[in-house]
Design a protein around this ligand. Structure first.
Ligand SMILES: Nc1ncnc2c1ncn2[C@@H]1O[C@H](COP(=O)(O)OP(=O)(O)O)[C@@H](O)[C@H]1O
Ligand SMILES: [Mg+2]
Length: 83
């Protein structure tokens, strides 16, 4: 079962493409490292996956729930610590 699934997830800030059509999935129980250089768009992606930021386009599902249309269901199922 896919715990995280994105399709062409995109975020733009005033024309700056911070996350550019990112598509990936993570299976239940999988240990997944999300790596990249500064400015690659990691934090922006995590914010969209955790319902803190709306995507510009594309889709993302957490345990099958849409992070935009079913944000409350997503929030019930996740934990996030921001440092
Ligand atoms: N709120 C914002 N407004 C404008 N630009 C932003 C904002 N947040 C991030 N960015 C820009 O988006 C890009 C990706 O940033 P970020 O997701 O923080 O990357 P990472 O976490 O991989 O270092 C960078 O160019 C950053 O400057
Ligand atoms: Mg970051």
């Amino acid at each position: 079962m896919k715990i995280i699934e994105t399709h062409e997830l995109t975020k733009e800030f005033n024309g700056l493409v911070a996350v550019d059509k990112v598509t990936f999935s993570v299976e239940r129980g999988e240990i997944f490292g999300f790596l990249g250089p500064n400015g690659a768009g990691k934090t922006t992606t995590i914010k969209m996956l955790t319902t803190l930021l709306l995507p510009t386009s594309g889709t993302a599902y957490i345990s099958g729930f849409d992070v935009v249309r079913e944000a409350a269901q997503v929030r019930r199922r996740i934990g996030l610590v921001c440092l």
